[in-house]
Write a protein that binds this ligand. Structure first.
Ligand code: ATP
Ligand code: MG
Length: 329
């Protein structure tokens, strides 16, 4: 299935719109090369960070910010206006209705959803299934858009995508064609990929960004205890950038995370002491946190760990040839 261009109405203003407010094309190119491709993206960036973009003086930045504020009328809005804005938010089906129900209808766009759990708990399988549902029409619980996939662990498998696509009666080739995949090797690389993807999202409709996993490279690149505070600072920056991407383009962001082997320093008597890594920085950035664990056989249990609007609860699903499926019982 192709993502149909004619149905695509962008939900954001391209940064080029600032030309109407007297910002010249050369300066707009500078913004875009720094990954700021939308007017909202500019507004979400501090003056300090804008001045650090090569070739932009303080005076220019002030002019740009003023133009951006005018364009977006960035100020207070009423609750009703916010409600109208929130109506663009969609929910992406996971492939299991039990899991969708737990999530209030699916994974919410314009937010970050984090899944953590032990190895083989299904984190990647959910990501792969979402790669297909993201491309389905909105009336079938899809996102009607393309997919960006940042893989830090090398576990993305095109043949698995093809297999899951056939379950949904979609053409595997067409589905793969709509996935932009990148393997990241360092934290810096992960940052660069986010900048590149933001530019792509301005050009074409996207529905999903996957980062599998968010923490793996941070763990490698900042290994010592002495590097922990720096690690958390850089992590905070990255998550803030991801959050801004999800809000600017109204896309679903699904990130996976690992669990700490022994959070209690060996003295924990809690029956299930598994905790996600990434500390408070990640805890605050993720809108919804899901804890996955293994059940009997191919069954997996998902528990809402933290959410602004979902009640605590659990759902059982199963991993099969078609990806995330209903638990059979
Ligand atoms: P890790 O922390 O190692 O990345 P994960 O949580 O990402 O683990 P997944 O890769 O999502 O784990 O899940 C792996 C499980 O998915 C396998 O143990 C297997 O049970 C199931 N699985 C993978 N491929 C298939 C398939 N083709 N058919 C059925 N089940 C599969
Ligand atoms: Mg995995």
């Amino acid at each position: 299935m192709q993502v149909e261009e004619e149905e695509y109405v962008p939900c954001f203003s391209e940064v080029d719109k600032l030309q109407n407010y007297g910002i010249n094309a050369a300066d707009l190119t500078k913004l875009k090369s720094a990954g700021l491709c939308t007017v909202l993206g500019v507004l979400m960036t501090t003056k300090k960070d804008l001045i650090s973009i090569k070739g932009l003086s303080e005076a220019k930045v002030e002019k740009i910010l003023e133009a951006a504020q005018k364009h977006e009328s960035a100020s207070f809005m009423t609750g009703i206006e916010l409600q109208g804005k929130r109506q663009q938010v969609f929910r992406l089906t996971t492939g299991s209705s039990a899991l969708d129900n737990l999530l209030g209808g699916g994974i919410e766009s314009s937010a970050i959803t984090e899944a953590f759990g032990e190895f083989r708990s299904g984190k990647t399988q959910i990501a792969l299934t979402l790669c297909i549902t993201a491309q389905m029409p909105k009336t079938s619980g899809g996102g009607m858009g393309k997919v960006a996939y940042i893989d830090t662990e090398g576990t993305f498998r095109p043949e698995r995508i093809a297999q899951i696509a056939s379950r949904f009666n979609l053409n595997p080739e067409a589905v793969l064609e709509n996935i932009l995949y990148a393997r990241a090797y360092t934290v810096e690389h992960q940052f660069q990929l986010l900048t590149l993807i933001a530019a792509k999202m301005t050009e074409e409709p996207f529905a999903l960004l996957v980062v599998d996993s968010i923490m793996a490279l941070f763990r490698v690149d900042y290994s010592g205890r002495g590097e922990l505070s720096e690690r958390q600072q850089v992590l905070g920056k990255m998550l803030s950038r991801i959050m801004k991407i999800s809000e600017q383009y109204n896309i679903v962001v699904y990130i996976t995370n690992q669990v700490m082997a022994d959070p209690g320093g060996g003295v924990s008597f809690v029956p299930d002491p598994k905790k996600p890594i990434g500390g408070h920085v990640l805890a605050h950035a993720s809108t919804t946190r899901l804890y996955l664990r293994k059940g009997r056989g191919e069954q997996r249990i998902c528990k809402i760990f933290d959410s602004p609007c979902l009640p605590e609860g659990e759902a059982t699903f199963q991993i099969g040839p078609g990806g995330v499926e209903e638990a059979s019982e």
